[in-house]
Design a binder for this molecule. Structure first.
Ligand code: FES
Ligand SMILES: [Fe+2]
Length: 381
């Protein structure tokens, strides 16, 4: 038997020749180092996460003046904050004194008091008090307001961007919002969130979200085999739909508990959508609810998966909401745990130094699109 030589991360990691498909070759998975290399991840942070719109949370999660929610990004925490003037603002969650994180989790406050030396900021971000700074040469409170982070909102979904310029959110999303207009997402209420630390590269969870090929093996006893079809929409997104008038927010053995969203388009009434908004959030829309999965890289082979769940306002007001919503939460957690279980196993395999890239099935066209999008950005530097 011929021994297979170890395949190490090359020194010239971003030479496009490492990623070229050979003539007549079908799409292949990315080389293993894309899932294991710190240098590759650092380039992804620079070329992708610092340059594109990132989904951080829902506007309705900070509905009242003083409401705040801290949202982690791959470049540190930001805080969404509702001012006394009802304006939603987003700031870096970092004190202008010596940089402490200011807020934690979610809640309501009258002012933001730094836990370290008690610098205090008003809800509009201005510095209102800074003990023992009087007489410090050149110190002007007006120069030390919280640092705003660029944000834009699509139908209640808040996105931030750390890019100095670049396209607005509407340009990033392209035709995507129009596709889901009849789901009335702006009127939905966020009713829960979950978070998992996962032992895999961030891309594995999103690739997994973009194919139905694994569903028979991984979800055979829960949601079962799924048939998903890709749909082309202009914008930084991928869309797959599963045909059927039955909402997929509950397990097949459960009765669908809630009525359809009123006014769903004819097409939307017959489909559940599993979509990706680049770079890192899967949004799922079915006939009676919506949910999301955001993946944050935390290291080359670790990430965090954040899930959030939304229902129409009138559904949340129903007397049977809590009892029936439990079925949806159970389905979302079970399926997420099945997926993160398999991608952790995949990551262990990718650690093998003899691993070569492998051919993709015709059922993995969207995985190939995702990989190409990532590679394009990374190789442009
Ligand atoms: S770090 Fe915030 S007051 Fe000192
Ligand atoms: Fe899955």
């Amino acid at each position: 038997m011929t021994a297979i030589a170890p395949l190490r991360e090359p020194d010239d990691l971003f030479d496009p020749r490492h990623y070229e498909a050979g003539a007549g070759r079908a799409a292949r998975s990315l080389p293993r180092w894309c899932y294991t290399s710190r240098a590759f991840l650092e380039r992804e942070i620079d070329a992708i996460f610092l340059r594109h719109w990132l989904f951080v949370g829902r506007e309705d999660e900070v509905a009242k003046p003083g409401d705040y929610r801290v949202c982690d990004t791959s470049s540190g925490p930001v805080v969404m904050l509702r001012g006394r003037d009802e304006q939603l603002r987003v700031f870096g969650n970092t004190c202008r004194h010596r940089g402490s994180a200011l807020l934690h989790g979610a809640g309501n406050c009258r002012a933001i008091v730094c836990p370290y030396h008690r610098w205090t900021y008003a809800l509009d971000g201005s510095l209102a008090a800074a003990p023992h700074m009087d007489g410090v040469e050149g110190f002007e409170p007006a120069d030390h307001a919280l640092i705003p982070v660029r944000h834009e909102i699509w139908d209640g979904f808040v996105f931030v961007s750390f890019a100095a310029g670049g396209p607005d959110l509407a340009t990033h999303l392209g035709g995507y919002p129009a596709k889901f207009a009849s789901h009335r997402l702006a009127e939905m209420v966020t009713v829960g969130r979950d978070s998992y630390e996962v032992g895999c590269n961030w891309k594995l969870l999103l690739e997994n979200a973009l194919e139905d090929y694994h569903t028979a093996a991984v979800h055979g006893t829960s949601i079962g085999t799924q048939q998903a079809y890709p749909e082309e929409v202009a914008g930084a997104c991928e869309i797959l739909y599963v045909p059927g008038a039955r909402a997929v927010g509950v397990l097949p053995k459960e009765e669908t508990a809630f009525p359809h969203i009123p006014g769903l388009s004819e097409e939307a009434a017959e489909r559940s959508y599993f979509t990706l908004v680049y770079p890192n959030t899967q949004f799922c829309f079915t006939q009676d609810c919506a949910w999301w999965l955001t993946v944050l890289p935390t290291g080359p082979d670790t990430c965090r998966l954040d899930l959030g769940y939304c229902f129409p306002r009138e559904t949340v007001a129903r007397p049977d909401f809590e009892a029936n919503a439990a079925k949806y939460f159970a389905r979302w957690r079970l399926v997420a745990e099945e997926d993160l279980g398999i991608v952790e196993i995949q990551q262990r395999g990718l650690a093998s130094v003899v691993r070569r890239d492998g051919p993709l099935s015709w059922k993995e066209g969207t995985v190939a699109s995702f990989d190409r999008w990532i590679l394009d950005k990374v190789l442009q530097g």
